[in-house]
Design a protein around this ligand. Structure first.
Ligand code: NDP
Ligand code: CA
Length: 314
């Protein structure tokens, strides 16, 4: 029997506009099964805690605990055999974009490439269009991808564009991530300017593999698209990111870092509530993943509402 998952509370933000119907969004790097078992080297996590037959239910439990309207996942290497059918039976429509040369493919007994997957409630949204983006850096194709879906909210009639991405990992690749981020922003601007409806607001969920001090973070914060990072609202000054979104121990040592973000158009949405991060005590001395928690990255969950346009009152 496994210990219970850490309990996390939603924290309402100062911007909170509770009268509007909310859209709950989850961002989560779920840890590819092939990488967790074959590549990552989480030395303080027992191999039995990574057993897929059980771990998949912990991932599902995390999603079902919060029941998001939109779920953005990275490192999905069990889409066709697990998440697509499981999430479909729970009422989600989805789209999956594998990485062209997924590192999972190097692992013996792998289940195919990992990639980014986007799920949305079929009841809440209608799919207007979807793009699978391959990110470039300095005009060269890279191994990183994104899924961008334009959805129409069935409650408000409003459209939004939701994006899930996973940028290049590791230190030494900071300017590469900067270039990938610039390319993603460029491709999103092109998608948005081609929309029928004017000014469709954006949400970009991702494992950016970049701390807030990196170039790619500044590029997103200062982009002409007008983006803000939802988890900044958790801090006392409302501009500081959480101290960690991933925490693990590899042979090279302990790594605690803020790499995951939920960006949103501040002209289009207010971030009304965010799910707080578990404490160091809740995470435990062996860090992540563990018997308590199935990934080395924590899920980020936010409640958004559309900012009311004066000419479109509901
Ligand atoms: P990344 O460098 O982006 O990382 C891949 C995964 O490794 C990520 O999921 C990342 O997790 C994880 N990771 C990060 N740090 C570590 C670490 N210290 N130890 C173990 N795992 C870590 O991968 P790429 O997409 O650039 O792909 C690299 C692989 O792809 C190579 O192994 C190569 O085999 C293959 N490849 C093959 C090509 C070909 O032409 N055949 C071309 C390009 C790549 P997280 O995001 O959670 O940090
Ligand atoms: Ca990983």
């Amino acid at each position: 029997t496994r210990p219970p998952r850490p309990h996390r509370d939603f924290v309402r933000t100062r911007a909170s506009a509770a009268h509007n119907p909310q859209i709950r969004v989850m961002q989560w790097n779920i840890l590819a099964q092939a990488l967790g078992e074959g590549k990552d080297g989480f030395v303080r996590c027992p191999m039995e805690a990574l057993n897929w037959a059980e771990r998949k239910y912990l991932i599902l439990e995390e999603i079902l605990t919060y029941r998001p309207d939109i779920v953005c996942l990275q490192e999905v290497d069990h889409y066709y055999d697990t998440f697509q059918p499981m999430m479909s039976s729970l009422g989600y429509q989805s789209s999956f974009c594998p990485k062209p040369f997924s590192p999972c493919l190097d692992v013996r007994g792998n289940n195919g490439p990992d990639g980014c997957a986007l799920f949305f409630s079929r009841e809440r949204f209608r799919l207007l269009g979807v793009h699978h983006l391959h990110l470039s850096a300095l005009a060269l194709k890279t191994n990183q991808v994104a899924v961008a879906a334009t959805l129409q909210c069935q409650v408000t009639g409003r459209a939004l564009c939701v994006v899930v991405t996973h940028l290049k990992a590791r230190s030494g690749w900071e300017s590469f991530r900067g270039a990938q981020g610039a390319n993603l922003l460029q491709q999103l601007e092109a998608i948005l300017s081609a929309q029928q409806e004017a000014a469709v607001p954006l949400m970009v969920c991702g494992d950016f593999n970049a701390e807030p001090g990196e170039e790619v973070y500044r590029r997103f914060l200062n982009s002409p698209l007008g983006l803000d990072s939802a988890y900044r609202a958790l801090s006392a000054d409302a501009v500081t990111e959480p101290s960690y979104t991933t925490w693990k121990i590899r042979p090279s040592g302990e790594s605690r870092a803020t790499l995951d973000y939920v960006w949103y158009s501040h002209h289009g949405f207010t971030a009304d509530a965010v799910l707080s991060m578990p404490t160091e005590e809740q995470i435990g001395p062996d860090r992540l993943p563990s018997y308590h928690y199935p990934s080395d990255h924590l899920s980020l969950v936010c409640d958004f509402s559309f900012i009311q346009e004066p000419h479109r009152l509901m």
